[in-house]
Design a protein around this ligand. Structure first.
Ligand code: ZN
Length: 93
């Protein structure tokens, strides 16, 4: 398993957790348990931590900036071939 696979699994887990927590908050509000405020506060803390974790993930997309005109492409093939979509030219290696 590559680091990219690990990252995808962590992001998928985080997204599923966020959906679960939102559902838990809705259910808790609807049922109105006596300890609902405590549970909702705990849920909101987890959502905050989850958002912070998601924001801490570095940019992993491939990025290629043309040395001639500065155009940026996120197409991995453009980066591999050093091809600029604006200049329609391959950069010198
Ligand atoms: Zn260019």
């Amino acid at each position: 398993m590559s680091a990219a696979d690990d990252l995808r699994r962590a992001q998928a887990f985080n997204a599923a957790l966020v959906r679960y927590i939102h559902a838990l908050i809705e259910t808790t509000k609807r049922l109105g348990a006596p300890d609902a405020p405590t549970l909702i506060f705990a849920c909101e803390t987890m959502l905050k931590l989850s958002a912070e974790a998601a924001a801490a993930v570095p940019e992993t997309r491939t990025r290629y900036e043309c040395p001639r005109c500065g155009a940026v492409s996120y197409n991995p093939r453009d980066a591999a071939e050093r091809y600029c979509v604006r200049c329609h030219e391959f950069a010198e290696p």
